[in-house]
Design a binder for this molecule. Sequence first.
Ligand code: MG
Length: 472
Amino acid sequence: MNRPCISRCTFLNAAAGIALLAAAASFPGCGRSEPARKPNIILIFCDDLGYGDLGSYGHPTIRTPNLDRLAVEGQRWTNFYAAASVCTPSRAGLLTGRYPIRSGMCDDNIRVLFPWSAGGIPENEVTLAEALKAEGYATACIGKWHLGHLPGYLPTNNGFDYYFGIPYSNDMDKVRYLSMAEEMDPKTEEFNVPLMRNEEVIERPADQNTLTKRYVEESVSFIRSNRDKPFFLYLAHTMPHIPLFASVEFNRRSPRGPYGDTVEEIDAGVGRIVETLRETGIDENTLVVFTSDNGPWWTYREHSGSAGLLRDGKGSTWEGGMREPAIFWWPGRVQPRVVADLGSTMDIYTTVCSLAGAPVPDDRIVDGMDLGPALLESGPGPREVMIYYSGRRVFAVRKGPYKAHYFTKTEYIGQKELEHDPPLLYNLNHDPSEKYDIAADHPEILADLERELQQHAKDLVPGENQLIRRIE
Ligand code: MG
């Protein structure tokens, strides 16, 4: 196996990585063979999809044949984490490659941005779209944004040439108080969510029944019109976040009920996108990544998803809140296998920058790591540590198989926070459901995890809190 010309551009060796990238560009025969053109990137991001919600991740009744096929032909990661357990900070982590505390896109009480919010992703953050646009990529954000809906914060001001979607969650802007039962039998006109094209509202309320279908049509059209140049498509589905809607072809079809309808429609969209890549002959130059922002929103009972064998869901730092399905597919390049190494959505940033030859910013800490060697050469994953934030506070840390919880809070709303001293300790390889606390037997592991947190805290400069800013 040839060693890669492209080095791992972590924040620790970004400068060296850039130099090596330049060298690789000058000597195209060196190391692994580089495609003639920069690869296209398609990042499909779901909302509130749980670890256990795909057939390939063990769901018994949700039918996801297209994703299951990508999982077999590509890589299926089983220890892959969102950057946070709720929408806004998770998306900030994805698009900046940094823990959301650094950009200020998190708060302990106001967990996400709302229609009354005045904040958004700070201008000095380098989004993945900005990094790729600088390398000549055509860029589109299709779907839910949720990183600031005021003009300065919209996708078109954050590196995306094109935007089609809703600026925040689909359950916001309710026209009246809705009981939980009403939200689980939703009518699209009861959520006054705007649908936007670039900076214009083109429909309000957005017809949510057809959102998934229209997102896919927009994606197919973007792929077709950019087939001759490198592109980055960020397809951030609104579903399966409640209220659940599916188009006529999928409504009431899944044995899993309305939740299954939405996931099966997303899966069919993945099939259409892959078919488009094959038809246009660019499949072998396109990396497709599929994952989700956080775990299932248990408050909504059977209208929420499943974290499989993992504990708890959205809003919590138990595994079910942040561990997600993650599938990487690139025919002929991504080596087919199941990967149990640690990974994070933040790593997508650094990995994609590396693949595109885009420099990772070296004037700030970037937490993402380059998964390239693991994806393309079956090498080991570079990530050893994952830190679990709840808002602006660290609740837990994982290193290798071990995870310590300093605080826990179950589910999303109204539950009491518990402090653990000594911390709870689990071996996640042995005990993925976090049932058996082994802290008493392993003080040395707790001490090691504590050192990791101290190391993390040493260079941490929290960003100005963006979530508490209100429109006057
Ligand atoms: Mg979410």
